[in-house]
Write a protein that binds this ligand. Structure first.
Ligand code: FAD
Length: 376
């Protein structure tokens, strides 16, 4: 394909992964990010083997392993009795089976590794995309500062509130799910002799939306705690808004003592409402395509949002670099045909929220290899 510059709106996880993959495959990229600078926001990210393998192919896996933890097991427990209902061996076993382990880390460490793999001259910070025009042989991207850029194709990697998605497919707002999430990080030494602190553990309540998840961060020095519950009256979506520790403890007061001990150790907590959208019938039009949360935002219950964005990025880059596709629209058609079914299935299953509750076979999600999946 003769196209020269691929524009990417959004320098989040998916946008940066796409930039790295495209450059690796010989394409020029320009990434337009609304933020004026990169900042260390969020707390955790749980990357399952399918995501880690895709990141290894981008060449950032080694940097991630420097700060990440490798949970030994993925465990489900009954929230009240403490009975173990599922246990899947991760770490070395996942490495053997899927070619990569599960890695859990501070979200900012993932972003730092991705940012470091894209040359600064390829990233335009402080450029919020406000308009896009597909002129047939190129795309004009307009920004909030009144400037514009012309690119040969545009990838909308601009997250759940995607402007590019609205421009392509019409205005539609994400839906509040009625579920809120609390997040906290606790030094591991505060947790004494609690079991399974080196593993990913999910405590399931009476309804599946009521659950507590914990996993190690920062090479096992900290434990990340993530608790969800249905709750009306809080619709703020935020990575930084504080919640109340007392409220958190009250919600799970009937849980098993080992689960409550996790919450007792929290000094502070962040709180956010969870939003989703339904699967989209199409992710592309002409010279523009969507990836990640811009086209399939999902509930966090399978920990696949970032993983699916990274898989999209790799497959999209492979399609754009594959000489079998004569032009951008046919490369985008191939991208959708490879990715749509899997991402939509995971989007729906994440909302169904029964992933590895009982039984422990994660193969159909974890064994996917975005670098090897056939394109045609
Ligand atoms: P984003 O990461 O949201 O990036 C979008 C980027 O676009 C941002 O940098 C934004 O500033 C920029 N942008 C937006 N609008 C514009 C514009 N108009 N112009 C220019 N730039 C723009 N996933 C996992 O895999 N594992 C997990 O453990 C996990 N935990 C989660 C926990 C919670 C509570 C939530 C809410 C999500 C979680 N996810 C997880 C999901 C994951 O965070 C997202 O799926 C992932 O960030 C999607 O990446 P993205 O690049 O599509 O979007």
């Amino acid at each position: 394909m003769k196209e020269k510059v691929i524009g990417i709106s959004g320098a989040g996880i998916g946008g940066l992964a796409a930039a790295i993959a495209l450059r690796k495959l010989g394409k020029q990229v320009l990434v337009f990010e609304q933020a004026k600078q990169f900042a260390r926001v969020g707390a955790d990210i749980n990357l399952t083997p399918n995501a880690v393998r895709a990141l290894d192919g981008l060449g950032v896996g080694e940097a991630l392993r420097e700060t990440a933890a490798r949970p030994g097991y993925r465990i489900s427990r009954d929230g009240f009795t403490g009975e173990e209902t599922s246990r899947l061996e991760m770490a070395e076993a996942a490495q053997q089976k899927y070619g990569a382990p599960q890695l859990t880390m501070h979200r900012a460490d993932l972003m730092t590794a991705l940012e470091g793999a894209v040359p600064a001259e390829c990233i335009r910070l402080g450029k919020r995309t406000t308009g896009v025009q597909d002129l047939g042989d190129k795309v004009v991207v307009e920004f909030d500062d009144g400037t514009q850029e012309t690119v040969d194709a545009l990838i909308g990697a601009d997250g759940i509130h995607s402007m590019v998605r609205n421009a392509l497919l019409g205005q539609e707002k994400p839906q509040f799910t009625g579920v809120v999430a609390y997040r906290a990080v606790v030094p591991i030494e505060k947790l004494g002799n609690l079991p399974n602190l080196d593993s990913f553990t999910k405590w399931w309540g009476a309804v599946p939306e009521v659950q507590i998840v914990s996993f190690p961060l920062n090479r096992g020095k900290d434990l990340f705690i993530f608790a969800t519950t249905p709750q009306e009256g809080w619709e703020l979506e935020s990575w930084t808004a504080p919640g109340e520790v007392g409220e958190l403890r009250e919600i799970y007061k009937d849980f098993h003592p080992e689960a409550r001990a996790l919450l007792d150790a929290c000094d502070s907590v962040l709180k956010s409402a969870l939003y989703v959208r339904d699967p989209l019938p199409t992710w592309h039009k002409g010279r523009m395509a969507l990836l990640g949360d811009a086209c399939h935002p999902m509930m966090p219950f399978m920990a696949q949002g970032a993983g699916q964005a990274i898989e999209d990025a790799v497959v999209l880059a492979r399609c754009l670099a594959d000489s079998r596709y004569a032009d951008v629209p046919s490369a985008f058609t191939a991208y959708q045909s490879v990715r749509h079914e899997r991402a939509s299935r995971i989007q729906i299953a994440s909302r169904g929220n029964a992933w590895l509750k009982e039984g422990g076979n994660g193969d159909w999600v974890y064994e996917y290899d975005a670098w090897a999946v056939p394109l045609a």
